[in-house]
Design a protein around this ligand. Structure first.
Ligand SMILES: Cc1cc2nc3c(=O)[nH]c(=O)nc-3n(C[C@H](O)[C@H](O)[C@H](O)COP(=O)(O)OP(=O)(O)OC[C@H]3O[C@@H](n4cnc5c(N)ncnc54)[C@H](O)[C@@H]3O)c2cc1C
Length: 413
């Protein structure tokens, strides 16, 4: 257990019959248990820090578990033949050997890049077993960041909503790994990147069953039909950028419906119901192999590709990515192309040259204005174009690992 016996002024919170003393200061508080938060927790604890990881859902993993069969991208460089090693060493390499290689998930080529399938459950177990081994990590699921207090350019107090109760934590260092920028949203405006309003298309995922298995042209037919319907004004323009991916299980596939990113939470349910039904009706009328298809799973809510990002000591930009810029050699390597989902033109890919990679300097993980704040995963200091390359899961593992090391080595006072 992370915390010791209660002090005189201890604050208690009852969670599943366990009293956690929260007024003792965790060395590192991690907001968000997605892939970057998990990696950050493992690396910070590995250096001996006491880590508190908070996750608003009942399950750890974030987008890692919500992709309904998407592969992990960003682990490898742009090579002609199957790469032998991952681009970054450390946790990313371990992850590849334990989850992809040992589980017989072969590398696959997607255009000019290499990707790998993985099982979300095994992937989360990989991190959970490391968390168990590290021994200094306390993870709180179903706990939502509520607010923060900043004093003398430091985050002094973080308040959490823990099963309806408000609890105050006084962490020494905080890592923002919420993907959407939940912690940054509580910070003063100057802590955020100036151009923070994401334009990238968001999406809704729908898993289908009972598809006729001999139709190998579905990845072409689905976008064609929806593109035509959007040009004729039958469905919104963004739905014309919908894609389809067959799954390994015969008769199953995933529709990735593209939607504008700014639908309010209040509107989302009605909106989903409407577009999902419209799209499925239309596809079933036009494509015989989908006539009997039925929905077996949907993503919960709108999946945003880009969220709020922090204003770091450096802001990674499009030129850095496309010119394969290297900084001091201590950063995180990435060779994934800029994959920008333009609301009017659809996905726009900008590749690096063969064999090249760019570096994400550690200064993109360090807040410019708040001394004890680091960013990781989708929240790093990068323009929308640059984050459209750096946000892939393979890179997020290494970003998280690096943020954990930075936080663990931070001189606290
Ligand atoms: C539609 C879509 C398709 C994608 N496809 C691929 C793909 O095929 N391959 C690939 O490699 N990458 C893909 N990505 C990118 C990748 O999945 C994400 O960028 C990456 O997983 C981000 O990891 P993260 O840890 O930064 O954030 P997330 O995975 O978003 O994790 C953040 C965590 O923080 C939690 N959280 C949020 N707010 C709070 C709060 N207030 N309090 C407490 N916890 C909170 C969330 O519940 C979540 O668990 C895709 C992304 C999208 C949106």
């Amino acid at each position: 257990m992370l915390y010791g016996a209660p002090d005189g002024d201890g604050v208690y919170s009852k969670i599943i019959n366990v009293y956690i003393i929260v007024n003792k200061r965790p060395d590192v508080l991690i907001v968000g248990g997605g892939v970057s938060g998990l990696a950050a927790a493992v690396s910070a604890a590995g250096i001996g820090c006491q880590v508190l990881l908070i996750e608003k859902e009942l399950q750890l993993g974030g987008m890692f578990c919500k992709g309904l069969g998407f592969p992990i991208c960003g682990l490898f460089g742009m090579e002609d033949g199957p790469p032998k090693n991952t681009l970054n060493s450390g946790l990313a390499a371990e992850f590849y050997h334990h989850i992809c290689e040992k589980q017989n998930n072969p590398l696959m080529r997607l255009g000019r890049v290499w990707i790998c399938k993985y099982s979300p459950n095994e992937a989360v177990q990989f991190f959970e077993s490391k968390i168990d081994k590290a021994g200094h990590i306390y993870s709180l699921k179903n706990s939502v960041l509520h607010s923060i207090e900043i004093e003398n350019e430091r985050i002094k107090v973080v308040q959490l909503l823990l099963r309806g109760a408000l609890v105050s934590i006084r962490p020494k260092v905080v890592i923002e790994c919420s993907g959407n920028g939940a912690l940054l949203a509580c910070c003063p405006d100057f802590s955020l990147l100036p151009d923070n309003k994401a334009k990238s298309l968001a999406c809704v995922l729908i898993k289908l069953d009972q598809i006729e298995t001999d139709d190998t042209m579905l990845p072409v037919r689905v976008p064609y039909i929806l593109r035509k319907a959007s040009q004729e004004g039958i469905v919104p323009l963004s739905l014309g950028f919908t894609t389809y991916m067959p799954l390994e299980k015969p008769g199953q596939g995933v529709l990735k419906l593209s939607v504008l990113p700014d639908i309010s939470l209040a509107e989302q349910n009605a909106f989903f119901e409407k577009i999902v039904n419209t799209v499925l009706d239309l596809l079933q009328q036009e494509i015989p192999s989908l006539a009997r298809a039925r929905i077996i799973e949907k993503s919960s809510g709108l999946l945003q590709r880009v969220g709020l990002r922090g204003h770091g000591q450096y802001i990674l930009n499009k030129d850095d990515v496309l010119n394969a810029r290297k900084f001091d050699g201590n950063g995180i390597k990435c060779a994934w192309p800029i994959e920008y989902w333009d609301p009017e033109k659809g996905p726009q890919y900008h590749y690096l040259d063969k064999g090249e990679f760019f570096e994400i300097p550690l200064t993109c993980l360090m807040s410019k204005s708040i001394k004890n704040l680091f960013f990781s995963g989708r929240c790093i200091s990068a323009t929308e174009q640059a984050i459209s390359a750096a946000r892939v899961m393979g890179t997020c593992i290494s970003l998280g690992e690096a943020a954990g090391i930075l936080a663990a080595n931070k001189d606290y006072e």
